[in-house]
Design a protein around this ligand. Sequence first.
Ligand code: PEP
Ligand code: MN
Length: 372
Amino acid sequence: MVLQVLKKPMLLRLRDPLTESERDSIFRLCKELGYSYQFRAGSKELLELTGGGAPSHRSLFEDLTGILSVVDNGQARELNMRPVGGPDLVVEVAGARFGGEWAGLIAGPCAVERADRLQSIAERVKAAGACVLRGGAYKPRTSPYSFRGLGEEGLAMLAEARAKTGLPIVTEVLDPRDVDAVGAVTDIFQVGSRSMANAALLTELGKSNKPVLLKRGMSATVREFLLAAEYVLMGGNERVLLCERGVRSFDKVTRNLLDVGAIAHLKRVTHLPVLADPSHAAGRRDLVRALARASMAAGADGLIIEVHPDPGEVHSDGAQAVSFEEFERISADARAILKLDGRRLSQAEVAPRSDSTAGGGARKSTSSLKVD
Ligand code: PEP
Ligand code: MN
């Protein structure tokens, strides 16, 4: 019985009719990958494979034109896939926990612009229940002429805010060449929507020992999103946090269309934590709270929210920044919704300290899922 479970075959749905060349290519690939194969009784379309299986095999089969879909992965499960009946992965960073019974609030400005402002925002959002501080030092702007962040100066401001408040940090890395410099400061790497498909960046982050908050590309399907995560996972970095931030739509009422269905779906198909970014989905502050509530109700393991007390002074995403008071309401909502599900809000536990670095480089030294 146990053996039967281990030998669960992969099932391929083939095109009908199938050309001879397509069929030969499929059979050849089966042999190359070490599978034996046979058609399911009475079917010309369902090919059953028996053999070891590997995560990479699913995509190799999907690339062949004769194969409509991989119906069942058998043992060829990709790393992003939740093992059948398997638990959520809980990603923990300095006391902030995402997944399982835990959810976390990430909050802060869109971009790091002023040290004093960042500091006061960090203190206020922490008091309101945030467990991670957000803020971009390298900003991926649609126009190259827009404010593109303070770079290293911004990283230094983030390090200072972390040291003073004890809040761990998430900040975006845009370029594979910056992974070490950003990783020396940040606790979590953010990969933005515009970079989701940057294979070179994802591969580099796969070598890191710090978690990666991966945003869904604005036009990416859920499958493309999961395969982007796969790039990081296959490098050995198991701690990927997925983030739904809205997709392009025909309507301009909101900046993007928050895909609540994708949040609920992802919670089923992957063990990775799933966060939501209602700020970039809404694009306007009056809707952020409603979208935050919807995301948490759909099962999100956390939220990332842009907060600023004076949006008139900022150079990036001011229209969607919520006030401290609104963030407090969002935090209270999240607590209430989590309680309904038997879940909890996590809190950062890093003691504020006087030095201003996040502690160490970004390269992997352990396969543990926890970080100091
Ligand atoms: C951001 O978080 O400020 C950002 C640029 O988000 P996104 O990549 O989702 O557009
Ligand atoms: Mn932003």
